[in-house]
Ligand binder design. Structure first.
Ligand code: HXC
Length: 514
């Protein structure tokens, strides 16, 4: 009887806490088009797999009458569950409880689940919906953020870390997502900024809405802070589940192997690249004609679209793709596309995912804007990332590979394991037009018909250098292959690279051009 009473008391306590900030706050949350923290966890995890920790944690603040306030769970829910039947760690900030603001106990719950995910080697998913540092708790809140950032850094490259922004994420709070591997945002719901509209108005006298300042589209299209953009919370959860089909659970595991499937017949690799080398095409069609079931998960699709990155399976195993996109700016390398590729290469390398690079670019983007934005420093990141990556690295040169672009896009010289080129490949110091104008300047300017002479010299240059055979003669590429042979060659290259074992010079760490 006595124990039954205790069980009843437990049930009652649970019921109270499960209500978070109460019915009214929940209604306000739903009215904003947002699910509650608990609903989000249930929507993301496998059915009935959630095990909650620290349900009864309470805040310990004593200033500003805080001792009179009960904050259920201290505004954050933590625990473990499964996705695709495999365990993950999760936390979700509960905006209905003091705006999901982060006090010291709130932070301690988050760091507890972070420690657990690192120790047990499983992915960490953090759902952010918070007014930031709990103002009443002062420096204790700041300390809490510091503890989180430190753990994000420790876990980096060991377990995948996923951040989901489903509400405000303000002030220094944005730095935890920025330290994680993938950031998901939802249209009209996600807001990320360091200094909010109020501060901007006070300091700069400028009026701007939260949406314009740091809404989901801003981060998916302009800043590159977000990796996946969704129109609804439900779509966002589907995207997370999809991403996890490609990722290993830690850096000592391989990603899940699934049965191999052929690409869909509708993607014909032989008819994607136009005859005329000046015509663009969508490199994602080439990827889809190579990967299993033509299923390609693009990362950062809306930002720096001249570079395409993402995951696919080849013969059942995960591969990371890094591709120039001729559809946008002819696929040039610039500040943003270099950053985009470099970070993705490092992710794949940290998590043992082979990298396939598809090359078609005229080089680095010229211009004062790019030079002053630091294209030297940013462009160097891609060289650094490819050079230090020790996973299998395979390159396919589709068309143009000019100048610095040829070297940067995982050339043999940065230690590509395999370099293949299609017969349409043009490997040269620069494009034929530019090259002919420089090296045949005298002949062109002194000719009776300079334009005719220029065309003739361009053709001469093309004949000699704009092909894959000069590089093939030097062994800089391993094989000139027909487009239709690409998938077979990649399967072969990945198969023979399974036992790849190389080591880098001993050092504490390198100094990448951050
Ligand atoms: C304590 C907070 C809070 C905070 C919100 N609340 N933010 N409590 N500390 N930082 C509380 C509100 O008092 C309110 O409590 C409840 O949460 C809901 O907030 P509302 O303002 O009513 O909601 P809404 O209108 O939707 O506006 C949400 C908001 C706004 C845009 C996030 O609350 C806001 O601007 N908050 C402050 C944001 C901020 O400047 N944070 C500090 C950033 S500095 P009641 O009791 O009324 O329900 C920072 C430093 C970290 O984070 C540095 C780390 C390195």
């Amino acid at each position: 009887m006595a124990i039954n009473k205790k069980i009843l008391e437990l049930k009652k306590r649970r019921e109270q806490v499960l209500l978070g900030g109460g019915e009214q706050a929940i209604q306000k949350q739903n009215a904003m088009g947002k699910l509650t923290a608990r609903e989000r966890i249930m929507a993301l995890l496998d059915k009935e797999s959630f095990n909650e920790y620290d349900l009864f944690v309470e805040h310990d603040a004593r200033d500003f009458d805080m001792e009179k306030k009960t904050l259920h769970g201290d505004g954050v829910i933590i625990g473990t569950g499964t996705i695709h039947g495999k365990p993950v760690c999760i936390f979700a900030q509960d905006f209905t409880v003091a705006g999901g603001s982060l006090g010291s106990m709130h932070a301690r719950k988050i760091t507890k689940i972070m420690d657990h995910s690192l120790k047990m080697r499983m992915p960490l998913i953090g759902i952010n919906d918070s007014g930031g540092a709990r103002i009443q708790e002062g420096v204790n809140s700041l300390a809490g953020y510091g503890e989180i950032f430190f753990r994000n850094t420790l876990a980096s490259g060991v377990i995948p870390q996923i951040s989901v922004i489903l509400g405000p994420c303000a002030g220094g709070a944005v730095y935890s997502p920025a330290l994680t591997d993938f950031v998901f945002v939802v249209d009209k719901i996600s807001k990320m900024f360091i200094t909010g509209p109020e501060v901007i108005k006070t300091v700069l006298g400028e009026e701007i809405s939260m949406e314009e300042l740091g809404g989901a589209r801003v981060h998916a299209e302009i800043t590159g802070n977000a990796h996946f953009f969704a129109l609804s919370e439900d779509e966002c959860f589907q995207q997370i589940k999809k991403l996890l089909t490609f990722l290993p659970w830690s850096n000592t595991e391989k990603s899940i192997d699934v049965p191999a499937r052929a690409p869909k017949k509708s993607f014909k690799i032989t008819s994607i690249v136009p005859e005329d080398a000046r015509q663009p095409y969508d490199v994602r069609d080439v990827v889809r004609s190579i990967v299993d079931d033509s299923d390609f998960l693009e990362v950062q699709e809306l930002w720096a679209a001249n570079m395409v990155i993402g995951f696919g399976k080849i013969n059942g195993g995960t591969v990371g793709f890094v591709c120039n996109q001729p559809l946008v700016l002819a696929g040039v390398l610039d500040v943003d596309s270099s950053d985009k590729a470099a970070r993705f290469i490092r992710f794949c390398d940290a998590f043992n995912i082979p990298i396939v690079t598809l090359v078609d670019l005229p080089g680095y983007l010229p211009g004062v804007d790019q030079e002053h934005a630091g294209v030297i420093r940013h462009g160097a990141k891609i060289l650094y990332s490819y050079s230090e990556a020790t996973v299998p690295k395979i390159t396919v040169i589709i068309r143009k590979a000019y100048g610095g672009g040829y070297i940067a896009m995982n050339s043999r010289h940065l230690r590509a394991d395999f370099v293949f080129a299609w017969p349409s490949a043009e490997i040269a110091v620069m494009g034929p037009e530019g090259a002919a104008n420089i090296i045949f300047k005298k002949e062109i300017t002194t000719a009776a018909d300079p334009e005719k002479m220029r065309k003739q010299k361009v053709e001469e240059y093309k004949e000699k250098f704009a092909n894959p055979y000069v590089a093939a003669a030097k062994g800089y590429i391993d094989s000139v292959i027909e487009p239709a042979e690409t998938r077979t060659m990649l399967i072969h290259a990945i198969d023979v690279s399974l036992r790849k074992d190389i080591s880098m010079p001993r050092k504490k760490h390198g100094i990448p051009p951050f």
